[in-house]
Design a protein around this ligand. Structure first.
Ligand code: C2O
Ligand code: CU
Ligand code: CU
Length: 506
């Protein structure tokens, strides 16, 4: 059980691991030189040249994500274009940051469509020298439209993604690249956007508005650039220096006293766990990854692991300032340099003392959620982390059932329309957020240290945190045939092997 000590000691040799090496650019030589030292996780210390560290402005008015315009006027059809390309932005007032962006924006444009719509998105990959895809995270799209690593779009190439949004699919989804071996980097460089599917009949009062808060995690070097991943990033997942909301650091939002807001919170970071509280404003959870719950649930705090979403109604009943802040959460950290994750202010809300017109109350029932019923198949997926000694040296592995991802291997064969029980067992030293493509699932049980707990409510999810030492049991049913990915959504772990393929047969 001296795993952590062993790990830290082995860091120097980890570097020669071929898989890890493939992830590192050799121009990170300065990182490599300092690797065995104690500053390997010290993000702020990177690339400190002559320039002072970048300071990000805070307190700007929260911007709404710019919507992706629908190019047709035809009802029931959403047609648009997304181009992924290099761009430049300014996070810090005085220096440029080269990024990757969809349509030049970071985060990408907000896609809003309705249940029943047909979606046609023409994707142009203009990223120099890199293949990419667009994956529709959480959405019920056919396997060959889902931007799998097996269907790359070459640099300079185009393709159209088409799918229909079924009735009942309203929810808070997102889109991001999923190319083999490049997902983590393309996402932290800026490629991610929100995709909200709206219900035709929405039980949530329109007076609450509908605001997306997309959290991303930025690390800026003194020269304004985004540093490459370090060894610490490859092990723990990349955690940045600034958590941004819709691309801004701690923006401000003004509301009238008594206002209620519908907020969709997205954890679009590579690897940051967000345990959140909203000061003295009352939070009510109304939805999860895949849409509304059956009934609203009051909450004091929320844990959003990477890729999870939650829909909240927040009541601003008292005048003054309310902040959305992070609380401490220990998700397991390898080596030194665990980032301070408590006490960050992500958003500041100024509540005026002029009251709003009366706000309608939330209905007691939001929608029914069907039980998935008795499973006919059960599967067990065991997550482990390993250090392997091979000819090249020490290599860190992130495995599912003892195997690292192989694009040519089918790990599970399933049948469309059958209810399955999946047991995700985390035998590793870090939490791993489990994600499955193609469908939404229901968590039915969590087990840790021999204690079994039922979730407080039924919800549709596509990502669930599996804490170290924990087992999470879930029910799912894939309705569409084709290969689907499942993986840890700490994107560096996904990239280093913690991913598999379930082939769903008709
Ligand atoms: Cu959000 Cu397979 O990814
Ligand atoms: Cu996904
Ligand atoms: Cu992981």
């Amino acid at each position: 059980m001296h795993r952590r000590g062993f790990l830290a000691a082995g860091l120097a040799t980890v570097l020669s691991g071929s898989r890890a090496l493939a992830q590192m650019k050799m121009d990170g030589a300065s990182d490599m030189g300092s690797m065995p030292g104690t500053d390997m996780g010290d993000h702020a210390g990177h690339d400190m040249g002559a320039q002072a560290p970048a300071v990000l402005p805070e307190g700007e008015t929260l911007r709404e994500l710019p919507p992706l315009a629908n190019e047709t006027g035809r009802p029931g059809l959403f047609r648009a274009r997304l181009t992924a390309a290099s761009a430049t932005t300014r996070f810090a007032a005085d220096r440029d940051t080269p990024i990757l962006a969809y349509n030049g924006m970071i985060p990408g444009p907000l896609i809003e469509a309705y249940e029943g719509d047909r979606v046609e998105i023409a994707f142009a990959n203009r990223i120099e020298g890199e293949q990419s895809t667009i994956h529709w995270h959480g959405m019920p799209v056919p396997a060959d439209q889902d931007g799998n690593p097996m269907d790359p779009v070459a640099a300079g190439a185009d393709r159209v993604y088409t799918f229909e949004l079924p009735e009942g699919s309203a929810g808070s989804y997102w889109y991001h690249p999923h190319p083999h071996g490049k997902t983590a980097e393309q996402v932290y460089r800026g490629l991610a956007g929100a995709f909200v599917v709206k219900a035709k009949a929405d039980p949530v009062p329109a007076e609450y508005g509908d605001t997306v808060l997309m959290f991303t995690d930025l690390r800026l070097a003194a020269d304004g650039s985004m540093p490459e991943n370090t060894m610490a990033d490859l092990m723990n997942g990349r955690v940045g220096d600034h958590v941004l909301v819709n691309g801004q650091k701690n923006p401000r939002l003004a509301v009238a006293m008594g206002a209620k807001l519908r907020l969709r919170l997205y954890n679009a970071t590579n690897a940051r766990f967000l345990r959140l509280a909203f000061g003295n404003a009352a939070m009510t959870v109304i939805g999860s990854d895949g849409g509304l719950l059956e009934a609203p649930m009051a909450a004091d705090e929320i844990l959003l692991s990477p890729a999870e979403r939650v829909e909240l109604v927040v009541a601003f009943d008292r005048p003054g300032t309310v902040t959305l802040t992070t609380l401490d959460y220990d998700r397991g950290w390898m080596g030194p340099g665990r980032p301070a994750d408590a006490g960050l202010t992500l958003l500041t809300v100024d509540v005026s003392d002029t009251p709003v017109q009366a706000m309608p109350t939330l209905p007691e029932r939001l929608r029914p959620i069907a039980q998935l019923g008795q499973p006919t198949v059960s599967r067990r997926l065991v997550f482990t982390e390993t250090m392997v000694m091979n000819a090249a040296g020490m290599e860190m592995g992130f495995l599912i059932n003892g195997k690292a991802f192989d694009m040519r291997r089918v790990d599970i064969v399933a049948k469309a329309g059958e209810t399955e029980l999946w047991e995700i067992v985390n035998q590793a030293d870090m939490d791993h957020p489990f994600h499955l493509h193609g469908t939404q699932f229901q968590v039915i049980e969590r087990e840790r240290g021999g204690k079994v707990a039922k979730p407080p409510y039924l919800a549709w999810k596509d990502t669930v945190n599996v804490a170290r030492g924990e087992t999470v049991r879930l029910l799912l049913r894939q309705e569409r045939a084709g290969p689907r990915m499942y993986h840890c959504h700490i994107l560096e772990h996904e990239q280093l092997g913690m991913m598999g393929i379930v082939d769903v047969q008709a």
